[in-house]
Design a protein around this ligand. Sequence first.
Ligand SMILES: O=C(O)c1[nH]c(=O)[nH]c(=O)c1Cl
Length: 309
Amino acid sequence: PDLGTEFLERPLANPLMNAAGVWCTLAAQLDALADSEAAAIVTKSCTLVRRDGNPEPRYRALPLGSINSMGLPNEGYLYYLDYAAHHDYDHKPLFVSVSGLSLDDNLTIVAALRDVVLPALLEINLSCPNVPGKAQPGYDFEAMDELLAEVATAYRRPFGVKLPPYFDFAHFDTVAQILNRYEHLAFITCINSVGNALIIDTGQESAVIRPKDGFGGLGGDYVLPTALANVNAFHRRCPTKTIIGCGGVRTGEHVFQHLLAGATLVQVGTALYEEGPGIFQRLARELAELMAHKGYRRIDEFRGRLKTL
Ligand SMILES: O=C(O)c1[nH]c(=O)[nH]c(=O)c1Cl
């Protein structure tokens, strides 16, 4: 089978890439992804200035996934613009994830990315659940609309958004209606971690991460059904946008399910954190094996073709 995929008219070897935030904070990590089977890579969400992030422990692997409250540790946007300036775009696409702490910070970073005129793709993170005291724009629809209007006006090139999970059809409808009003908004990445979960260690009778009394974003097996629902909800509601699936991907079968639900690319977070960049070779092999078993030669024979009963 051929895992060939097209994203924004660019042919890719397969639909696989990392999720922003995982194995992508430092240049050496990004280089490892560039050398892996991932067909595209995205940077850690960046802010105006470098951040240490939250106190540790701030990430914990779990039998069914992970919980994190990293607190946006990153090297500052100029570090990732510099990385983007040296990336080989003929080898594979590079996305820059931006998560400014204010509208002004986002606009400063977006304008800088525009002005360096690189083939890098902008993924605006609307959904970081772990900065104490900051409500995420993904759940403040007026703030989201204002941010997108300002970014679209400033950036004037194709860009995408990273959304939090939604759990209500009224929210799917409202958010899709906002996103569909922005022509430059070319792709939608669903989902970010399921925010503010609480994992308890029974023996210690304690939370397992330090920040925010142990409340953190959930990833991994726990979130696959919610991720698939959000991918399919926005695939149905935003026919002119490309959907990138993210959430709960650990096997080739999970990749297949995201593609069936309507994703064009599929991002890997928790499983990449635990397994390392070699996971992309395994996921590509497992997806090809599943496609062969089902008699599919190409992804576009089943992508977005989820049946209902
Ligand atoms: O705490 C984080 O750095 C973080 N953690 C997440 O699970 N999603 C995000 O978008 C971010 Cl920005």
